[in-house]
Design a protein around this ligand. Structure first.
Ligand SMILES: [Fe+2]
Length: 302
């Protein structure tokens, strides 16, 4: 069965015509993929993965309906099968972080995704790729936030609404973006319900993928079934330059009160800001990311 899975292309080349390739990463785009057919994402396949995966690299969270209800937990003695059942029964979010480094099958999937995209999209040069497997409960939510790298979400099981918002004010303010990129704050940024009128909602079913511009705010509401997705982060040369420009802007705002924009388009100012940001990383190493969510629960066999 794995032979069949591994020889089936992840993407249909017909879904990457020249217009789509030009839009990829510039505006939210939706695509199809074949990874939902892989038996490793069935209940039995997930249970086996959870049994072999290093437990210390599984993020465990639960949440209510408000952003302050997000809690971080730990895994106790619990089998992979019981963990899958606990996710089905609860309101839990499991994140198998850096999975491409910790599981050979997921490493292979990561390689296949990027090998194919590099073939399909002219000039696409991703690096620092990072694949996370998300296993989450019916009704689970991820609150409004932005990520520093570019992100693709490949949906494998269940249904969810992924809301994606423009990378511009009022959806994201420059100071808020700079705080996230410079790791002064976590990834959550202020959200107002009226933002939804300017956002776009993608109803995700197995076999669908959505990709959005770097730093575009987004949030996720699961449907009433178990959800399994791959969240794949990566950088490109342009994304790296941009992240460093925003990091330099954070420092310039802190030190000199200079107010920059959100760097929505490449510009000549990125080069000196890139140099400044690299210097700052040497001269002013950033503190470790603050842990603002204490461990408040434990998932065990009972
Ligand atoms: Fe995200």
């Amino acid at each position: 069965m794995r032979d069949f899975v591994e020889t089936t292309p992840v993407f249909d080349p017909a879904g990457f015509d020249s217009e789509t390739c030009q839009k990829f990463g510039q505006t939210p785009t939706q695509h199809t993929h074949s990874l939902h057919r892989d038996p490793m994402f069935t209940d039995a396949g997930l249970a086996a993965l959870l049994d072999r995966y290093p437990r210390e690299h599984i993020g465990v969270y639960r949440m209510g309906d408000t952003v302050d209800s997000w809690e971080c937990g730990r895994l106790g003695a619990i089998s992979g099968a019981s963990l899958v059942q606990a996710v089905k029964d609860g309101r839990i979010w499991l994140n198998l972080r850096d999975a491409h480094r910790r599981d050979p099958t997921l490493a292979d999937i990561n390689d296949r995704v990027f090998d194919e995209l590099k073939q399909l999209i002219p000039g696409f040069r991703p690096f620092n790729t990072d694949l996370g497997l998300l296993i989450s409960s019916p009704g689970a939510r991820v609150f409004y936030h932005l990520d520093v790298p570019r992100v693709m979400l490949l949906h494998l099981r269940g249904h969810k609404n992924v809301w994606v918002y423009p990378r511009s004010e009022p959806f994201v303010e420059a100071a808020g973006l700079e705080s996230v990129v410079s790791e002064k704050t976590e990834e959550e940024i202020p959200y107002l319900p009226e933002f939804d009128a300017g956002g776009k909602c993608y109803r995700m079913a197995p076999g669908q993928m959505v990709h959005w511009p770097q730093n575009a705010p987004h949030r996720i509401d699961n449907g009433d079934d178990l959800n399994v997705s791959l969240s794949i982060e990566f950088m490109t040369p342009t994304a790296q330059l941009r992240a460093n420009a925003v990091l330099a802007n954070a420092w310039l705002r802190d030190r000199f009160g200079l107010k920059s924009g959100i760097e929505s388009k490449p510009n000549i100012g990125w080069l000196p800001k890139f140099v400044l940001a690299r210097l700052l990383r040497i001269l002013e190493p950033r503190d470790r990311k603050p842990t603002v969510i204490p461990h408040t629960f434990r998932l065990e066999e009972s």
